[in-house]
Ligand binder design. Structure first.
Ligand code: WTA
Length: 635
């Protein structure tokens, strides 16, 4: 079986082979890589127990496959192009050899300060090359990286550090993103004051040169510990099923959970999907605009591209700084061939006006991609026409932190595209739609809850420290299926369109936000008795946050109240989460057992009052009219 899908027939052949004999199919893909010991068995799985094991008994080190394997043929090829926040400042380029050297040096530095295989290392830093170097150095010595997006607050950071009992934190002095500077090291200090007892050392990269406070016993400068380190470091032999990383993500209930991915299967799947979805060819310049704080950055800035020997671009800044032409300037500057971004970015650039995209030479582009949230038809067409000049494929890739890699997506230029549709499953992926009772919805032109019925190599292995939660959330909702939490439609030809989350997760600007986390934070405001948060359609963000709040007293100044609530959210979660609308109500619709009927609130927030469903079973049906009347007064 060819590793590369080059024609439509190849896609159909690969898909069939992957379903007829998944073990054989994935074993053939895995043979591309360098293994220190071959696996004894390809796959064992039991969805009921949430257990999946791939390439059992196989021994390897993923960095050998990301770096060492390319040195002979691609040592001088650029592995990483780094574009800084300020357009005038100098960027950096690292060849495969240089990246290898830096990774080995940092791996040695980590060993020197007592980091061992299995230790958890937290990264809280902006998009700088050292973040990539750092996580690869962990993988080199078998430490588990846990990257926390640098837009989270000290509270969120502390929760994640404690949950994973991290031994070391790697951060910068400060972070510059767009026009803003944020005090990264200060936030780390604050988090550590919240009882992160496991942390022994904090490694600080001097980035902006801004002032910071220092703890002599605990803090180390990156440049000091790197000094005189050797540029070689023996890769530690790891088991295929040893954890590679933990990445926290929000769910319907409780605190964010640490999704765990293991080495062998993740490696095979992110490589296979990268190469095929984007049709990467040697020499192409590939740019994914995500942050390494999210799964997209892990799989498709770092691991997928490096495993494929690609040149990957990493950008520190934001699309609107210094103005909304920044993305297109960068595409022109580096002659980017493959560009992968989020619908939110596309919508905001579209709203800024066509003039920013005009006047840039975008002729190098040959594939465009999107990820993270549904892309509306208008944004899809704008992207296709204005950036792709109507000529190049747009791949709308659907996947999740838990899936590790892209599961449903067009194969660029090979399978067809239909706006709003993530289209067909990748080889190895067997989607199924079910109703709320778990019965399969067969046939085409149907809608249901999206599940996957067979494991793929990069499927979630566990939620860190709590396997029961992993079972409960993903594998025991419907027997023998992995439940995605998304609703989807299958069209007449079998393409999938992702409709959105069916659980209490809201997707704001492509960020996953759990309503429970937001409500807990809002309830901390002294005037708040209770709150319920739902998503509603938002032109730029995809979804906005609509909060229904019961307050202790009359709120006279709603603007100040909202500001205070948003400040609470900034402190407790991070500045990426803000309410867009607050509606003060005297009660929330509840069932007789006291559960908030979010379905009704969602409809009201969406302005869709045509079909509120049966409200007679509510404990307090009269409240619905009040909420509707108040919501109308907002518009
Ligand atoms: C949503 C991001 C529609 C979906 C890689 C999923 C999408 C959640 C798409 C996962 C897409 C992701 N079309 N919706 N192409 N891609 N989503 O874990 O609701 O940050 O469940 O992973 O984003 O978000 P996560």
């Amino acid at each position: 079986m060819s590793l590369r899908i080059k024609t439509l027939e190849d896609y159909h052949d690969a898909y069939k082979a992957s379903v007829d004999n998944p073990e054989k199919f994935w074993e053939e893909q895995a043979e591309t890589f360098t293994w220190m010991k071959r696996w004894d068995k390809v796959l064992e799985w039991d969805f009921h127990m949430a257990d999946t094991f791939w390439f059992i008994g196989g021994k390897l080190n993923i960095t050998v496959n990301c770096l060492d394997r390319h040195l002979e043929t691609k040592g001088d090829q650029t592995a990483l192009i780094w574009e800084p926040n300020e357009p005038g400042s100098e960027g950096k380029k690292l060849t495969y050899q240089e990246l290898y050297n830096e990774v080995c040096r940092f791996a040695n530095a980590l060993k020197n300060i007592g980091v061992h295989k299995g230790d958890r290392i937290c990264f809280y830093m902006p998009m700088v090359p050292e973040l990539m170097i750092g996580i690869l150095a962990c993988a080199r010595i078998g430490a588990i990286h846990s990257v926390v997006f640098a837009g989270f607050s000290a509270n969120s950071l502390a929760d994640r550090i404690k949950d994973a009992t991290c031994k070391v934190i790697v951060c910068t002095d400060q972070n510059s993103r767009g026009p803003k500077i944020s005090p990264i090291k200060l936030i780390v200090d604050e988090a550590l004051a919240m009882g992160c007892d496991s942390v022994e050392k904090v490694i600080v990269l001097s980035h902006t040169g801004g002032g910071i406070s220092w703890n002599n016993h605990r803090d180390l400068w990156w440049h000091d510990i790197m000094d005189k380190q050797s540029t070689t470091c023996e890769p530690v032999m790891m088991d295929s099923e040893d954890p590679l990383f933990i990445l926290y993500t929000s769910g319907s209930t409780g605190k964010p959970k640490g999704v765990v991915h293991t080495i062998g299967g993740y490696m095979v799947y992110v490589w296979y999907s990268f190469l095929n979805v984007f049709q990467y060819k040697d020499g192409d310049i590939y740019w994914c605009t995500a942050d390494i704080g999210w799964i997209t950055g892990h799989s498709y800035i770092v691991y997928g591209p490096l495993l494929s020997g690609a040149t990957t671009v990493m950008f520190e800044g934001i699309p609107s700084y210094p103005d909304p032409s920044r993305f297109w300037q960068i595409c022109e500057k580096y002659k980017v061939n493959i560009f992968y971004t989020a619908p939110t970015a596309i919508r905001s650039l579209m709203a800024a006006g066509d003039k920013y995209a005009q006047g840039h030479n975008l002729s190098s582009l040959h594939v465009l991609g999107t990820v993270g949230e549904p892309i509306n038809a208008e944004a899809w067409h704008w992207y296709h026409e204005h950036i792709g000049k109507g000529k190049i494929p747009v791949v709308d890739t659907w996947w999740q932190t838990e899936t590790g890699g892209i599961l449903i997506s067009p194969i660029a230029g090979i399978t067809d595209m239909k706006p709003c549709y993530a289209s067909y499953p990748m080889p190895g992926i067997q989607p199924i739609l079910v109703d709320i009772y778990g019965n399969e919805i067969e046939g085409n032109d149907v809608e249901g809850l999206l599940c996957i019925k067979f494991p793929w190599p990069s499927i979630i292995r566990t939620t860190y420290g709590d396997h029961g939660r992993c079972r409960e959330i993903y594998f025991n909702v419907f027997p023998e299926l992995y439940f995605t939490g998304d609703g989807a439609r299958r069209d007449e030809e079998g393409r999938y369109r992702i409709i959105g989350r069916v659980d209490d997760v809201i997707n704001v600007s492509g960020h996953r936000i759990g309503t429970a986390e937001v409500e807990n934070a809002i309830n901390e405001h002294p005037l708040v008795v209770e709150s319920a948060v739902v998503g509603y359609p938002h032109d730029i963000k995809g979804q906005g946050l609509y909060a229904f709040v019961i307050s202790r007293e009359n709120v006279h100044d709603l603007n100040t109240f909202q500001k205070e609530i948003n400040e609470k959210l900034t402190i407790l979660i991070g500045p990426i989460v803000k309410t867009d609308i607050i509606l003060i109500v005297s009660g929330l619709p509840k069932t007789r057992s006291g559960k908030i009927m979010r379905r009704i609130l969602r409809k009201i927030a969406e302005g869709d009052l045509s079909n509120l469903g049966d409200i007679s079973t509510l404990f307090n049906p009269e409240i619905v009219d009040e909420i509707i009347a108040k919501s109308k007064s907002l518009v």
